[in-house]
Design a protein around this ligand. Structure first.
Ligand SMILES: O=C(O)CCC(=O)C(=O)O
Length: 333
């Protein structure tokens, strides 16, 4: 029986805005996903090889190093594979093994301690292959709410960051500003490193203790709130810092469960007031889906439905994608 978080861990999360649990599941539970990702990298690399764009596949280097070697040989192929894996707006890598991780009973037991054990909705995730010395992997200071619609600022959305390798300062784990998650969402700007959003230093919520380094071993997870400022630093190691950031929330938090994107009125969606009136998802471009429901167990998605939802959102590219506008960094310089 998977264990929920202890009351002490829950209190720590509530006070600090984050929690690192070094042992959520045995590290071997990640092997099927690591193998599936490795197979996908080989598939994409072989395609480039057959097009004459890539010489060596570097398969023998294994999951932790292969993509970095491909990137060294061909920036074009390396970056294309990274983009394909991360994806945006419904794209990105997915597989039964990825789905199994999202529904991992040990993770859901802990998420249940933070958002309520009965009803849990999962939101879009990002897999991040942070290559060694790869500038685009450095994520500037932000709160995840910066990426979400403003009507969800006061809601709790859990980021559950799961490394596929031991993550440390050396390979570019996250930095987190503790005890700063209760205020308003800080102003963000577009045009940060690699086009990520960024909070300028002077706008970062202050905490006398400064940032913590969120090192986390494989098999563990870092839990954060959507208003917890965090960033991630360069990978100075010789291997890839693989991770995924999963997102979960209670069923009461705005979501698009059961909403087929084509059913929303595009004209209405152009009006910001629209978002005040209806239960629009916190991140409308991608599908939310039920992963636990005591009241309506039939609503818990299976893999086929999960794939269908991802696909329909990716194809529809809803007109209501842009719900929050931040000023560009450059304009303020
Ligand atoms: O994985 C990283 O390097 C950054 C993750 C992040 O910023 C996030 O999960 O919001």
């Amino acid at each position: 029986m998977p264990l929920p978080l202890s009351p002490k861990q829950v209190r720590f999360f509530q006070d600090e805005g984050y929690l690192i649990v070094p042992e959520v599941f045995p590290p071997s539970d990640l092997e099927p996903l690591r193998r599936a990702l490795h197979a996908e990298i080989n598939r994409l690399a072989r395609n480039f090889q057959s097009e004459g764009k890539l010489g060596e596949l570097h398969e023998q280097l294994g999951f932790d190093r292969q993509l970095a070697a491909i990137q060294r040989d061909s920036t074009e192929c390396g970056e294309a594979i990274v983009r394909e894996i991360i994806g945006l707006r419904g794209g990105g890598f997915y597989s039964p093994e990825m789905f199994d991780l999202i529904l991992h009973p040990a993770l859901l037991a802990m998420i249940g301690s933070l958002v309520g054990a009965e009803e849990i909705v999962a939101s879009p995730y990002r897999i991040r292959p942070k290559l060694p010395n790869f500038g685009r992997g450095i994520v500037p200071w932000h709160q995840d709410s910066g990426y979400l619609s403003g009507h969800c600022d006061e809601n709790l959305i859990i980021t559950c960051w799961v490394p596929f390798v031991d993550a440390s300062a050396g390979n570019g784990c996250m930095q987190i500003l503790p005890r700063t998650h209760r205020g308003k969402v800080a102003p963000h700007h577009t045009g940060g490193n690699a086009d990520f959003l960024v909070i300028k230093d002077e706008d970062l919520p202050a905490d006398p203790r400064g940032a913590i380094t969120a090192a986390c071993p494989r098999g563990g997870a870092v839990f954060m709130t959507n208003r917890t400022p965090h960033c991630s630093t360069p990978n100075d190691s010789n291997h890839i810092r693989w991770s995924v950031d999963l997102r979960y929330k209670a069923a009461e938090v705005p979501n698009n469960v059961g909403v087929e994107p084509a059913s929303l009125d595009a004209a209405g969606n152009a009006d910001p007031a629209f978002y005040e009136q209806v239960n629009v998802a916190c991140y409308p471009p991608e599908a939310d889906f039920v992963v636990r429901s005591r009241q309506h167990p039939e609503r818990v998605v299976d893999y086929a439905e999960y794939v269908r939802l991802r696909d329909v959102y990716a194809r529809t590219r809803p007109a209501f994608a842009e719900v929050r506008h931040w000023p560009p960094l450059a304009a303020l310089r």
